[in-house]
Design a protein around this ligand. Structure first.
Ligand code: ZN
Ligand code: ZN
Length: 343
């Protein structure tokens, strides 16, 4: 089968490798679509601190089950599925607490170990989930980032129902955080960014108040739309220190601010305001199975629009072209999908 390897920064190679043999507890998936994620792009540039070449990327992948091991019960050949790319130890204190998304030995398939950029992929049965019938393979890959959104939303508030939510950043993660909040019952969501392309997409996804902060004042719009008390919770998805500091200046005292964006540098943050206004800065990483199932539930119930996020699709063999496209369209590209067709 064909497999795409990132052999060095900005160098992909299509290789011929054997179809993986599955164990009794594994499922063999004929891969149909692989989403390209922000972390893949960092790896592509050789700038990801925890991904080293050579690596087979692909942690957002859907496909069709073609074979199952003897001990696999709930998944059958023909099932349309997505996998959950978490490789955990199951034994550390965090795993025992159920917080295996921050397992002490956490690795991610497609980052620290072989991902799904290939025709077939073998996965442990507990990491495989059926996707809804009406969900295409391409949009289905976005269930993975959507689960990131669901987890983040829950880190910010115990129940988002009826809450007024501010999401900073309208990229894929900002968008799915906002859609998760809305899908889980938020009263209203404001999304800020500087890209009209991404804000237009947010609007298409039914998000209430997309605001371009190049033309509008976030504080003023927030007061207008949310009232004097403003947002009840903030999700910082832009990894932009200025945006975070602006939030610390303008939101009401005592609320939670969830750091979803991946900060490359050490941000200079106004901690005086955190202290004085009793803000809570909260981290969030990946998801658990429960979040995955909730994300699938949101898709099944038609509460989110993942298809709207797809900017462009390429065949797997054109992985290099796909990354080049992303490189050339930084401000007007959202999700790019690689489609896998068997030869
Ligand atoms: Zn990802
Ligand atoms: Zn662990």
């Amino acid at each position: 089968m064909r497999q795409v390897v990132l052999t060095a920064p900005k160098q992909f190679e299509v290789r011929e490798v054997p179809v993986p043999e599955i164990t009794e507890t594994q499922v063999l998936i004929r891969v149909r679509a692989v989403g390209i994620c922000g972390s893949d792009i960092h790896a592509y540039y050789g700038e990801h601190p925890f991904i080293t070449c050579p690596v087979v990327l692909g942690h957002e992948a859907t496909g069709e089950v073609v074979k199952t091991g003897k001990k696999v019960e709930n998944i059958q050949p023909g099932d349309r599925v997505i996998y959950r790319p978490q490789k955990i130890c199951g034994e550390c204190s965090l795993c025992r607490e159920g917080r295996y998304n921050v397992c002490k030995k956490l690795e991610v398939w497609g980052c620290q170990d072989t991902g799904a950029s290939s025709e077939y992929y073998a996965v442990e049965k507990e990491l495989v989930y059926k996707i809804p019938d009406h969900t295409g393979y391409g949009e289905g890959t976005i269930i993975e980032p959507l689960a990131v959104g669901v987890h983040a939303v829950k880190r910010g508030v115990s129940g988002v129902k009826g809450k007024k939510v501010w999401v900073i950043g309208a990229g894929t993660i900002g968008n799915v955080v906002a859609q998760s909040a809305k899908g889980l019952g938020a009263a209203a969501v404001m999304v800020t960014d500087v890209s009209d392309y991404k804000l237009e997409m947010a609007k298409k996804c039914g998000l209430d108040y997309p605001v371009n902060i190049k033309n509008e004042d976030a504080a003023q719009v927030m007061r207008e739309k949310f009232g004097e008390d403003g947002a009840d919770v903030v999700y910082e998805c832009s990894a932009n220190e200025k945006a975070l500091n602006q939030a610390l200046d303008i939101v009401r005292k005592g609320i939670n601010i969830v750091i979803v964006g991946v900060y490359g540098n050490r941000a200079a943050v106004n901690l005086a305001n955190v202290q004085d206004r009793e803000y809570s800065l909260v981290g969030t990483l990946m998801y658990t199975e429960e979040d995955y199932l909730e994300a699938i539930g949101l898709v099944r119930g038609g509460k989110v629009d993942l298809k709207a996020l797809i900017s462009k699709e390429f065949p797997l063999e054109q992985t290099a072209e796909a990354y080049q496209y992303i490189e050339e369209h930084k401000d007007d590209v959202q999700k790019v999908i690689l489609n896998v067709t068997a030869q």
